[in-house]
Write a protein that binds this ligand. Structure first.
Ligand code: GDP
Length: 458
């Protein structure tokens, strides 16, 4: 018997609309778990015309009868989490079903400072992180210097652990601030505004041991009712044959191991990571749904072979409202990259695909899909190249498909879709080697077309 877990992952560079797909599938699920990432994720769900933005809390929170978990693989900033909890409460959403893994790691103020300092130091070579401290937090986890959610519940332990973690950070921040001051002096610059400035001036009041311990212990008191053994809660659901959704954040091509390193996130967003980040076995996973846009976008730096910097790219940006949920940054836009998508399908062991934002392509003709790359030296790549230099200079070769003009917003079944839109989906499914089960035709949760019918309880 296959497991009753379904993993939902981003198949491209993120922002594919995973939140909406999780929201739809959550209707027939019993529990939703986030398994990696931090508050750099941004899911937007439009429900009855009301927009909800989530950075940390699994989107399943909108269903009061479903367990909603933040797994051990997530790194969380308690201030942000409490802000999200308060925001939901203000809008009348019950958060009594939220459970937080006692083993999840905490993003501390020094992680945020180090993230910013690291990016500033890299200058033009910066990775484009969201500067929320997520990378340094995962680094501390690997260094065994991390502070976990359970540590919030004992002030003495918390103080000791912060003390141990803080010392090497203060050193690093001091060095970085000296370097920055030197660089600015050389460049003849005056002082700069904002977060950068705070890094330059050490010691930072945010790094005071006692104030930090007190602040975090207070967060612990507020979060205590939600702290639990979430792996065990997952087992109870799975062992009873109930449906558990594992909600991925970021996406396949941002995977720390398999993405376009170093322009990646600091965790593993691929399906396999759901087992580690939630504490379940591979056999617990019965299905893996990948979510891709009908075109491609990317935020921040890094290779993006099908990127467009012309009117077509602008069309995608504007029609698709391609601005980051968390940062407001303009996303880079381009054609659908089938080479990368097929790689994502295999890497995740996808059993189904969802193609969102098909409506955004209306008015473009032809529709282009990348089917292979050509390197600067003329070598042809049918597969996603593992070598970074090749990917950086890869030129896509396109296949052209006929476009459509119709507004897809009102389409609710396959038959409502223009023949060209159907053919476009069919070509994607054929190339990727996995069926498309759902297509998005607008931001609303009802603006979807189930391909082959709504599966209901999967
Ligand atoms: P996520 O992090 O993968 O959930 O993606 P985001 O929430 O950052 O981005 C998805 C955005 O696209 C949200 O604003 C959604 O409301 C919107 N969206 C999702 N599906 C569709 C669709 O099929 N068509 C259009 N036009 N917008 C969509």
């Amino acid at each position: 018997m296959p497991g009753t877990g379904i993993v939902i992952v981003g198949a491209q560079w993120g922002d594919e609309g995973k939140g909406k797909v999780v929201d739809l599938l959550a209707e027939n699920a019993d529990a939703v778990v986030r398994f990696q990432g931090g508050n750099n994720a941004g899911h937007t769900i439009v429900r009855d015309g009301e927009e909800f933005k989530f950075h940390l809390i699994p989107s399943g929170i909108l269903y009061p009868d479903k367990l909603c978990m933040i797994g051990n693989g997530v790194v969380l900033d308690p201030r942000i989490l409490l802000g999200e909890i308060d925001g939901l409460k203000r809008r009348g959403i019950d958060v009594g079903n939220l459970r937080i893994s006692a083993n999840a790691h905490l993003i501390m103020p020094y992680h945020v400072l180090l993230d910013t300092a690291g990016e500033v130091k890299l200058g033009k070579l910066s990775i484009g992180t969201t500067r929320r401290g997520i990378g340094p937090c995962y680094a501390d986890k690997a260094l065994r210097l991390g502070i976990r959610v359970q540590d919030l519940l004992d002030e003495k332990i918390l103080r000791k652990k912060i003390m141990a973690a803080l010392e090497p950070k203060q050193q690093a921040l001091r060095e970085l601030s000296v370097q920055r001051r030197k660089l600015r002096k050389e460049a003849g610059e005056g002082s700069r505004e904002g977060a950068d400035q705070s890094v330059a001036e050490a010691p930072d009041p945010r790094l005071d041991l006692h104030a930090m311990t007190e602040e975090f212990a207070a967060y612990g008191h507020r979060l205590e009712p939600h702290i639990a053994d979430t792996a065990k809660l997952c087992w109870e659901e799975l062992d009873a044959g109930r449906r558990v959704l594992f909600e991925g954040a970021q996406a396949t091509l941002l995977d720390l191991d398999h993405g376009t390193y170093p322009f990646v996130t600091s965790s593993n967003p691929i399906a396999g990571a759901a087992t580690v980040g939630a504490g379940v076995g591979p056999g617990d996973i019965g299905e893996v749904w990948g979510v891709a846009k009908a075109y491609a976008t990317r935020v921040g730096a890094g290779p993006f072979p099908t990127e467009l910097s012309d009117a077509t790219g602008r069309h995608m940006l504007e029609r698709g409202h391609e601005y980051g949920t968390t940062t407001g940054r303009e996303r880079r836009c381009g054609w659908m990259d089938l080479v990368a998508l097929r790689y994502a399908v295999r890497l995740n062991g996808m059993t189904a695909l969802t193609i969102t934002k098909l409506d955004v392509l209306s008015g473009l003709d032809p529709l282009r899909v990348a089917v292979r790359y050509r390197s600067r030296e003329g070598a042809v790549f049918d597969e996603f190249p593992y070598h970074q230099s090749i990917l950086h200079s890869a030129e896509p070769e396109y296949e052209d498909l006929p476009g459509f003009d119709a507004d897809l917003g009102a389409c609710r079944s396959e038959d409502d879709l223009p023949a060209e839109a159907r053919a476009y989906l069919e070509r994607i499914a054929e190339f990727a080697g996995v069926p498309i089960r759902l297509a998005g035709v607008g931001p609303g949760r009802d603006e979807v077309v189930w391909i082959g019918g709504n599966p209901g309880v999967l």
